[in-house]
Design a protein around this ligand. Structure first.
Ligand SMILES: C[S@@+](CC[C@H](N)C(=O)[O-])C[C@H]1O[C@@H](n2cnc3c(N)ncnc32)[C@H](O)[C@@H]1O
Length: 279
């Protein structure tokens, strides 16, 4: 890692990483089946594909993806996120993932370590591209990705404060009151951002750029909703431990009662934006 090249980045350390590991939902098997199909992924030991999960966080993509390739490199600039990811891999007995500290700026140096001219089968970026420089990253990945392989920019549904439901609007209002400013972050999930990413993939020379959507219905219990909120607040802005009961009480007072025993209903829309190297 070249620390001098690390750009300013959000702070996912400490309790934020802990809440991310415990409360952020992962991705359904259909997402990994789609990646395997689009990129023709090969899991054979020794000769199969190498995957890069950039901005891997606590391993939501890297761990299930490991079953579809020879090796995954999970790369992230936050040591606490990587530590949680490694612990999850150990618990699950997943051995073919290598965890590396680094950012999008470190991709050329990583690829130079790997065997072969075009060592990468696929690079996945889940809920993280909005902190990277897409043009430079895609230009760096293009010559390092094998024919038929490519890049997947993945969005795991809209943030909990940005959904078109009464409970989400109430949550947004309560967060805006707490932080004293509008909460507008869509974290790379809105249509305009996704169109910009598609254009950046095409400009870098990726072809067959397309979006596949996997949608399903789910629900968040009040605890899961609160944990998800804590996983999304930058560490310096997280309420101190002693203030969290009051913070949670204010959010709960603003939210309507969960309409079902399962909690707050959520229409989860996963977007897989993919671009390939011809071949
Ligand atoms: C919202 S989490 C996403 C985790 C996981 N990929 C997922 O789909 O749930 C975003 C991650 O991107 C990482 N990140 C932030 N800036 C980055 C950068 N420039 N390069 C690589 N990762 C970055 C953060 O440390 C964080 O772990």
């Amino acid at each position: 890692m070249t620390t001098s090249s690390l750009p300013a980045r959000p702070d996912f350390s400490g309790d934020v990483a802990a809440h991310y590991a415990e409360y952020r939902r992962g991705y359904p098997p259909a997402a990994f089946e789609a990646l395997a199909r689009v990129f023709g992924l090969d899991a054979h030991p020794g000769i199969g594909d190498l995957a890069l999960d950039l901005g891997c966080g606590t391993g939501q993509l890297a761990l299930p993806l490991a079953a579809h390739v020879r090796t995954v490199v999970g790369m992230d600039p936050e040591p606490d996120m990587l530590g949680r990811a490694r612990a999850a891999a150990d618990r699950a007995g997943v051995r073919n993932v290598l965890w590396m500290l680094g950012t999008d700026a470190d991709v050329p140096a990583l690829a130079d370590l790997l065997p072969g001219d075009r060592p990468l089968g696929v690079t996945v970026i889940g809920n993280a591209l909005h902190w990277m420089r897409p043009d430079a990253l895609f230009a760096a990945l293009h010559p390092r990705t094998r024919p038929g392989g490519g890049v997947a920019v993945i969005a795991n549904g809209a943030p909990v404060w940005a959904q078109d439901t009464d409970w989400s609007r109430a949550l947004r209002g309560a967060l805006e009151e707490h932080f004293g400013r509008p909460i507008t972050a869509s974290c790379g999930t809105d249509d305009a951002e996704r169109e910009g990413y598609a254009d950046a993939l095409k400009s870098a020379g990726f072809t067959d750029v397309q979006e596949e959507v996997i949608a399903y219905e789910d629900a968040l219990t009040p605890d899961q909703l609160l944990g998800t909120v804590y996983s999304a607040i930058p560490a310096p802005s997280l309420p101190p431990l002693a203030e969290r009961p009051a913070f949670a009480a204010r959010l709960n007072a603003a939210l309507p009662a969960p309409p079902t025993a399962a909690g707050y209903p959520e229409h989860v829309r996963i977007s897989l934006l993919t671009g390939r190297i011809p071949g």
